[in-house]
Design a protein around this ligand. Structure first.
Ligand SMILES: [Zn+2]
Length: 265
């Protein structure tokens, strides 16, 4: 697919640019267009017309091809440096976080597009290395989106404990990282809970602040990182891998985005 090829080239360029500290900001990417569908087709119910959304599938599948590029240090947004891209977690039977993130993100982008939103994805396939985590953050402003959702699976909590966690940058480094990101997180959490998903019981609240995530630190738009489930928990991993489970995530997150857009757009 030509569109995909162009975006792949763009992603590679982004990864390269972020290894050069003085490289200029990337120009805006073309929005995501689902296969077999052009932009602007009339659809009866489009609650997200005019809403610009970035979807960030965490990690990437080609990391092992070039560990040096993947481990290249980039700024974390708070004075430290982190690896361009980490491996992410995986289920005990080998279903990886990058694959889960990409599958859910692509379905989510397609669904949001069908509801009238303009959607940008930070990566267009699951075979590359970048973009580096700092550029995933600046991607939101580069494309002037209204909100960004970064899709991950959990790896930081006790691996036996299932459930999702919503993460925002904290303490905030910009206006969009305080209340606006918290409000987006609350909407997404509500969508997930209404759909029957439960928050991870190892955290006191389903929305937590973290200071060490470069994507969140560099974003200048309301942004939430979602660890949608615990891949190390075999039962939850099975659900996360299933078509039905992924569809439920997509619908839950879409409901959260619609509720947020209703109040903020
Ligand atoms: Zn992750």
């Amino acid at each position: 697919m030509k569109q995909g090829m162009r975006r792949l080239a763009g992603a590679a360029a982004l990864a390269l640019a972020s290894s050069l500290a003085l490289a200029p900001a990337a120009s805006a990417d073309p929005p995501f267009v689902p296969e077999g569908k052009g932009p602007g087709l009339p659809v009866a119910a489009q609650p997200l017309v005019g809403v610009r959304i970035a979807v960030d599938p965490g990690h990437n599948g080609g990391r092992t091809q070039d560990p040096e590029a993947a481990n290249h240090p980039v700024p974390d947004g708070r004075g430290d440096r982190v690896a361009c891209n980490t491996t992410g977690t995986a289920s005990v039977d080998g279903y990886s976080e990058h694959e889960f993130a990409f599958e859910v993100s692509e379905q989510l982008a397609t669904h949001l597009d069908g509801l009238g939103a303009q959607v940008w994805m930070t990566r267009s396939d699951d075979e590359g290395i970048g973009p580096c985590v700092d550029r995933r953050g600046t991607f939101a402003e580069d494309n002037d989106v209204d909100l960004m959702v970064s899709i991950h699976a959990s790896s930081i909590e006790d691996e036996d404990t299932p459930g999702f966690v919503a993460v925002v940058a904290g303490p905030p480094l910009s206006e969009s990282q305080g209340e606006p990101s918290h409000e987006l997180a609350e909407s997404l959490v509500q969508g997930l809970e209404d759909a029957g998903f439960t928050a991870n019981q190892d955290v006191d609240e389903p929305v937590v602040e973290r200071s060490d995530d470069a994507t969140l630190n560099f974003s200048r738009r309301p942004t939430v990182l979602l660890e949608l489930g615990q891949l190390r928990n075999p039962d939850e991993a099975e659900m996360m891998r299933s078509e039905e489970g992924q569809q439920r995530y997509v619908e839950a997150l879409t409901d959260g985005v619609i509720a947020w857009a209703h109040d903020h757009h």
